[in-house]
Design a protein around this ligand. Structure first.
Ligand SMILES: Nc1ncnc2c1ncn2[C@@H]1O[C@H](COP(=O)(O)OP(=O)(O)OP(=O)(O)O)[C@@H](O)[C@H]1O
Ligand SMILES: [Mg+2]
Length: 285
């Protein structure tokens, strides 16, 4: 049996290409024969199901209200399953005790039934975004080469270090003109991240700006099946090889079979069941 790999894909701000990467990594994991699921933790409008041309009936919130996982799971034609995000403002961080139990059961079931879990995180620094990212053993941070995106990515890296136990982050630079630009952007990000405690930053690679990505989104077809030899698809292939064809990484921040979720549940259990006041200047909503 393959080892469970839980990978979160996060970003300091919206629109950097998280969902595009998650969708295509999910397809490539399934192509390897790995039982794969995308967990959409982002309640935004352009959710990952749109990239597959699917319309969810139920979502993770319904599972926490008692629906079976299979009722909520969407089966894409590409082998990867998809658990749609809760609609509205529902937070997975602050749950009633009965729902914490159901969340734990949900993760146990996911861990049993799948080899690869890809979490599409909400962008930014708010608590749900941090916890979604920290739920994985491997955190992939997507940024674009623009200075503002790199500053946002560095801020997210610092915040993950300060607020969660994430100690290593893999960086993908998306929307590059050349491999060199990706490496330079990663160097800049490393520079921005020094000076305050941050997770160890590794460079997972770059994804070129490629009109095929927009074409795939417009057609609701995954890039790696629509245009497998396009520059962006080949770049996603290289990232998939690094994530899926290497030995799973030892957990950097403790946790059991289902990773940081355990810690997250402990944290939420010791927190108020409703969102408490956020520290000014620290959390953004
Ligand atoms: N490498 C690329 N080349 C060209 N277009 C891209 C590339 N990556 C992403 N895009 C386009 O950028 C837009 C944002 O991508 P995507 O939805 O994946 O970002 P996101 O980080 O998930 O955004 P959000 O935070 O809103 O969920 C989409 O229109 C997508 O087609
Ligand atoms: Mg998205």
């Amino acid at each position: 049996m393959a080892t469970l790999r839980v990978i979160s894909v996060t970003g300091g701000k919206g629109g950097v290409g998280k969902s595009h990467l998650v969708a295509n990594l999910g397809v490539l994991a399934a192509k390897r024969g790995l039982r794969s699921i995308i967990v959409d933790a982002d309640v935004g409008l352009a959710s990952v199901h749109v990239l597959f041309g699917l319309e969810p009936a139920l979502h993770v919130g319904d599972v926490l209200d008692g629906a079976a996982l299979d009722e909520a799971l969407l089966k894409t034609p590409h082998g990867v399953a998809l658990l749609p995000a809760s609609s509205g403002e529902r937070s997975l961080t602050f749950l009633a005790e009965s729902q914490q139990v159901l969340l734990r059961q949900l993760w146990d079931e996911v861990a049993e039934r799948f080899d690869v879990v890809l979490i599409d995180c909400p962008p930014g620094l708010h608590r749900d975004a941090l916890h979604a990212a920290a739920s994985a053993e491997r955190v992939v941070l997507v940024a674009t080469p623009e200075p503002t995106s790199l500053v946002d990515a560095a801020t997210l890296a610092h915040t993950l270090h300060a607020e969660t136990a994430v100690r290593a982050v893999d960086v993908v630079v998306n929307g590059t003109r050349s491999e060199k630009q990706g490496q330079l952007a990663f160097g800049r990000l490393q520079g921005l991240a020094t000076g305050a405690p941050a997770p160890r930053l590794g460079y997972l690679g770059s994804l070129p700006d490629d009109h095929n990505v927009r074409r795939a989104a417009a057609l609701s077809r995954p890039l790696v099946t629509l245009a497998p030899s396009s520059p962006a698809a080949r770049a996603v292939d290289r990232i998939a090889a690094e994530l899926f064809d290497t030995e799973p990484r030892a957990l950097e921040h403790g946790g059991g079979a289902v990773i940081g979720l355990e810690r997250r549940l402990r944290e939420s259990a010791s927190s108020p069941t409703q969102p408490g006041p956020r520290t000014p200047g620290r959390w953004v909503s």
